[in-house]
Ligand binder design. Structure first.
Ligand SMILES: Cc1ncc(COP(=O)(O)O)c(C=O)c1O
Length: 427
């Protein structure tokens, strides 16, 4: 079939070219299907001219909103200098590494990668290399990207059979399944019971400091730190979302718990493709190319690692995030949105709440903030989905089931539009 005969925006054309007419598993498959023509501030506009208030915000990559002028300018300037350097350094990559080391408590060294998934995979590899152990502990419902180790017990329809979890993809090797231990989030007692007997075979624990929209209970992150210290394993924070979102630097500064390694992505590339592992020098230095050929060496390399376009976008973003009051203002905007939506839910007598953490938010049909994946499973997911569908139909862009992001480009007007859309959606 000659697909070029069709309009570029014809969903059937996308369907014939891309599996499901989509760009990946988290594509929005429930709302109206559209292709984005342009974006600005809090808005995206599709190729038919429909405008949406966007809370997807590049899955959290766009903390400043779409097309922030300082970021766009930095990218254009960098594109005029060099868009790519493989095997060489760039001034922007060195400067970004310096700013990350200044900002992130655990960061003595930085190793750049391209995506959050690569950063978590590299962190796990480093943990296995320095400990000489294979097992990894992850929390049920935690998301760490698209690779095999990350894909165990992510979004299963039923609770895990701890410490075993189901993979989210066909094609996961049995050896990987056997390598990943699954524990319920926020449950130190379960961690102790399930992991202590095999702790001398565990390389590390990987955790999102705020797991999806679930906040850590007081003492939980501290408990992970002391468990790792007791048993000689590495604590790895997946800060791909929380990094530079909960506070400048990330969740580790915000909660006052310092991991050994942390994976960052999204915001540090200012919306471009860039990620990193930050951490202890003795661990991250295992990736030093001078070690190549020795048993100590840990391989990290990629054509786009530390890409200068993304580094320039990241630097422009971090400069704005350092402005006094940035994070207070963002949290305040999110509180205003949350209060407004909570009022609509109450007016309609809904057993639902707006879960928040910093500038993250999500509507859940649940009677108290979730503490673990089982709480999310127990929420009324059909009702959650109906509301998200209605928001989409009323011009509010969200991905059903995923947390949402407020940016400084979202104002009370957008919150009012969102509240009205919710009001219309509720019987
Ligand atoms: C917590 C977390 N870790 C890792 C990833 C994977 O990052 P990427 O999509 O850049 O590979 C994501 C992506 O959303 C994430 O939310």
């Amino acid at each position: 079939m000659n697909t070029r005969d069709r309009s570029t925006t014809d969903p059937a054309r996308a369907e014939s070219l891309l599996p499901g007419g989509a760009l990946g598993a988290n594509a929005n498959m429930v709302g109206p299907r559209f292709a984005v023509a342009s974006a600005s501030g809090p808005y995206i506009t599709d190729t038919d001219g429909n405008r949406y208030v966007d809370y997807v915000m590049g899955a959290g990559a766009l903390i400043l909103g779409h097309q922030h002028p300082a970021v766009v300018d930095a990218v254009i300037r960098q594109a005029g200098r060099t868009m790519h350097q493989y095997g060489a350094l760039t001034d922007v990559a060195i400067e970004l590494a310096a700013q990350l080391v200044d900002a992130i408590p655990c960061a003595e060294r930085i190793v750049f990668a391209t995506t959050g998934s690569e950063a978590t995979a590299y962190s796990l590899r480093m943990a296995r290399a320095v400990t000489g152990r294979d097992l990894i502990v992850k929390f049920e419902g935690g998301f760490h990207g698209n690779h095999d180790y990350a894909g165990i017990a992510v979004a299963a329809p039923t609770a895990a059979d701890y410490p075993t979890g189901k993979p989210f993809t066909a094609g996961t090797p049995g050896a990987v399944r056997d390598t990943v231990m699954v524990v319920p989030y926020n449950d130190l007692e379960a961690l102790d019971r399930l992991v202590t007997p095999v702790a001398d075979r565990v390389a590390g624990i990987i955790a999102e400091p705020v797991q999806r929209i679930i906040r850590p209970l007081p003492g939980f992150l501290e408990g992970l730190r002391s468990f790792c210290d007791r048993h000689g394993l590495l604590l790895i924070f997946d800060e791909v979302v929380t990094g530079f979102r909960l506070s400048y630097g990330g969740a580790q500064g915000y909660f006052g718990v310092t991991p050994d390694l942390a994976a960052f992505g999204k915001i540090i590339g200012g919306g471009g493709t860039l990620s990193c592992v930050a951490g202890r020098a003795d661990v991250v230095d295992r990736t030093n190319p001078r070690l190549k050929g020795t048993p100590r060496f840990v391989y990290t390399s990629g054509t786009f690692h530390g890409n200068p376009l993304a580094a320039a976008a990241g630097l422009a973003t971090l400069e704005i995030l350092r402005r006094p009051g940035f994070y207070e203002d963002l949290a305040d905007r999110t509180r205003r949105l949350s209060r407004r939506l909570t009022r609509v839910l109450a007016d309609h007598g809904r057993q639902a709440l707006v879960a928040t953490a910093g500038s993250l938010w999500q509507l859940l049909h649940i009677d108290r903030p979730p503490e673990c994946y089982a709480d999310l499973l127990a929420s009324d997911q059909a009702a959650n989905l109906r509301l998200d569908r209605a928001l989409l139909a009323n011009g509010i862009n969200v991905i059903p089931g995923l947390r949402r992001f407020v940016s400084p480009a979202h104002s009370d007007d957008h919150f009012e539009t969102t509240a009205l859309a919710l009001d219309r959606a509720l019987p």
